[in-house]
Design a protein around this ligand. Sequence first.
Ligand SMILES: Nc1nc2c(c(=O)[nH]1)N[C@@H](CN(C=O)c1ccc(C(=O)N[C@@H](CCC(=O)O)C(=O)O)cc1)CN2
Ligand SMILES: [Mg+2]
Length: 299
Amino acid sequence: MQAAPIETRLIDGKAYARRLTDTVRDGVTALGETHGVVPGLAVVMVGNNPASEVYVRNKIAHTEGVGMRSVAHKLPGSTTEAELLAVIDRLNRDPEVHGILVQLPLPRGIASDRITRAIHPHKDVDGLTPENVGRTTLGQDGLVPCTPLGCLLLLRSELGTLKGLHAVVVGKSNLVGRPMAQLLLQEECTVTVCHVATPDVGSLACQADVLVVATGHKGLVRRDWIKPGATVIDVGITRVTTQEGKSRLMGDVVHEEAMGRAGRLTPVPGGVGPMTIACLLRNTLTAAERSVRGLQPGT
Ligand SMILES: Nc1nc2c(c(=O)[nH]1)N[C@@H](CN(C=O)c1ccc(C(=O)N[C@@H](CCC(=O)O)C(=O)O)cc1)CN2
Ligand SMILES: [Mg+2]
């Protein structure tokens, strides 16, 4: 007998992000009124990766849109690691800068882990320094990477408690997969992490109540990878050119095959992406609030 068709609910990340952004804007206003402080975000970009240019432009526009100050450092692709470290050192010591992010990927020849480590943990709004990674892993207060934080906020809003659910995370990047797994563990999910060396990922993915896919392989997840009714969070964004010569974005999930199979699904675009930027604003406000109130974690 055929299973009853499932009506897949698309998760509107843009709408969630708009609401979160509005909350951040209120927080920025309140911080100005109570302490006369305007949160400042420094965005550092090296080279001219076209996708990064778009993301950086969006980050700056959204930062200013909520009343924060933004400082952009666009450095040439020839910048050395030492020069970049010097920029970060200056930003670490600038009291008007509460958040620092270095747009990834960095050009070859610059070791991103050395750069990340140089950012002061209290200003690390990407949540990638060893201190913040440790705090996320231990379930302590800190700054959490924006994309997995955005996924978690979407999941909590959609499902309420995540306790006891089986979550499968596909991808083990420092930016998404690893922190996502830690956050889901903190929610008391049973967490399985799959990656490039995992045999038969589909056989694990299809057991997930919550499936988070962050591999950058467009169309990796087919219908039979999805447990009927599961919540599927598609983090992948790959730009492709269609046969008609148009540019469009594709996720890691074959969207048409997930429709009618998943219970809930984030679209690409308009799912996780907008939450990444909204969470960056939230982290910057958090960093500024903690700095003015002397409430830094671990101090
Ligand atoms: N330092 C960092 N570098 C990178 C991060 C990060 O969180 N910190 N994440 C990604 C890129 N990224 C933010 O930097 C990002 C990606 C996508 C979006 C987004 O809004 N996507 C839209 C579509 C946008 C488009 O048309 O291209 C969507 O999905 O709806 C925001 C931020 C790697 N680097
Ligand atoms: Mg992202």
